[in-house]
Design a protein. Structure first.
Length: 374
């Protein structure tokens, strides 16, 4: 097999689509002309709501589903027509998919035995991967005698022992409790970095998606709507959907008062703010109505002191939910409501109860302005 040309993406999807023909007259396009590429050794996460097409995309890459259109290339060579057994692209599933009648050793060795490797090589490779994933001592146990975390590590070991160049994950941590999810995703990232494996990881969990990848692909209604580094997408969403799905943003219709060389001045009820033109998805015009996005984490909440400065107002607390790392507030904001997320710094943060008056400070440099869609 010839070496791929310099600059060739390791994995590339070119206008890949998947359509399900439900009846003679009704079809659903689960994936709609998706194109993206992944570099060798890169960790990429594909995130989106349920039903957006992310798992379908993953299954087409693995070879479990045949695309309706487009092409999938690995190291510059088309693999679209190849079956899953010809691709060496293992997948770690949400439900682990372990063989209940096989012990841990045999579950991990399954793919190696399918390749007809010698018993000595199989024993060596399984022992090495068990050592790496802290599974030593479990080799003779069966899946029903393992915890969820151990089962997930066995599923990961079964994939990694094949020494794949690329590894796919489909919602792999959704069955684990919160603490185990954090531990296991850190373990996945450590293994990927150590072994320099290319990873495409599918999830709908925002914290998971933001914490481990080199790059993030946001998917909605069968299309990739934004891609970039996790912090770039969180700080600079390109659409209201991304601002809502990734940042749980507040949205308000606002009126454009004036447009300058660098900023646009907007009116949100009786408040006025300057928003950078770099944070607008279009060039607004005077008197235009636009959609303002405010991330709850970018609003400061404090006790009122009788003095209101620029970008400040007084609101009343309607609800306070304590999540451990933060206080999540819903406040009456003029004739509507607003959500504020305040990090919990022990000894330095006051918890405000429903009915309390508070002062909000808006950090307009973090605002984003979008065109109102017809």
């Amino acid at each position: 097999m010839s070496e791929p040309a310099a600059g060739t993406p390791f994995l590339e999807l070119r206008s890949v689509s998947k359509t399900y023909q439900l009846t003679k007259t009704h079809a659903i396009k689960a994936v709609d002309s998706v194109s993206f590429s992944i570099a060798e050794g890169e960790f990429v996460t594909l995130i989106g709501p349920s039903g957006c097409g992310k798992s379908t995309t993953l299954r087409m890459i693995a070879g479990f589903l045949k695309p309706t259109g487009g092409d999938i290339l690995l190291e510059g060579k088309s693999i679209t027509a190849l079956g899953p057994e010809q691709r060496n692209i293992p997948m770690v599933f949400q439900n682990y998919a372990l063989f209940p009648h096989l012990n841990v050793f045999e579950n991990i060795a399954y793919g190696l035995r399918a390749r007809k490797l010698s018993d000595d090589i199989i024993a060596h490779d399984v022992a090495m991967i068990c050592q790496m994933l802290n599974l030593v001592g479990t080799e003779n146990r069966f899946p029903d005698a393992l915890s969820d975390g151990q089962q997930q590590r066995v599923a990961l070991a079964r994939a990694l022992v094949l020494k794949p160049k690329i590894l796919l994950f489909d919602e792999p941590l959704s069955n684990l409790d919160a603490r185990l999810r954090i531990q296991t995703r850190a373990e996945i990232k450590r293994m990927q970095t150590l072994l320099k494996i290319t990873v495409l990881y599918v999830t709908h969990d925002q914290s998971e998606a933001l914490s481990i990848p080199d790059r993030l692909l946001v998917m909605n209604k069968g299309k990739i709507v934004q891609q970039g580094k996790p912090r770039e997408i969180y700080d600079f969403p390109s659409t209201p959907f991304v601002a809502d799905f990734i940042g749980n943003a507040n949205f308000y219709d606002v009126c454009v008062i004036s447009v300058g060389s660098a900023n646009v001045q907007i009116a949100l009820q009786d408040l006025e703010f300057d928003v950078s033109l770099d944070h607008c998805d279009h060039h607004p015009t005077k008197d235009e109505m636009a959609l303002l996005s405010i991330n709850p984490i970018t609003i400061t909440i404090e006790e009122p002191d009788g003095v209101l400065g620029k970008n400040q107002c007084v609101c009343m607390v309607e609800q306070c939910l304590f999540t451990g790392h933060a206080f999540s507030y819903t406040l009456a904001f003029r004739d509507t409501s607003i959500r504020v997320l305040q990090p919990n710094i022990q000894g330095a943060v006051t918890q405000f109860v429903p009915g309390a008056e508070v002062k909000l400070t808006f950090h307009a440099q973090a605002f984003h302005l979008f065109r109102i869609q017809e």
